[in-house]
Write a protein of this length. Structure first.
Length: 76
């Protein structure tokens, strides 16, 4: 087979396979039951431990120091 014939066959298959799938797939019967509706997830009882905000050490004074900052220049 020449490369032109192979390219034509490939092009025809590229067009026919999705169209055939689109036509045939809705007619196939389902293999199982529809999935159950999401129930909202698992719930757990509240924790017996009480969490309260606490400051460790002395209260901070002044502005915080920001470190490990990476700056990206998207303009080039």
């Amino acid at each position: 087979m020449s490369p032109n014939v192979r390219a034509l066959i490939l092009l025809v298959l590229i067009i026919i396979i999705p169209i055939a799938t689109w036509l045939v797939l809705p007619t196939l019967p389902s293999l199982g039951q529809p999935a159950e509706i999401f129930s909202g997830g698992t719930t757990y009882p509240a924790s017996p431990v009480k969490f309260e905000r606490a400051t460790v050490g002395a209260k901070p004074v002044g502005l915080p120091l920001i470190t490990n900052v990476q700056i990206l220049d998207f303009d080039g």
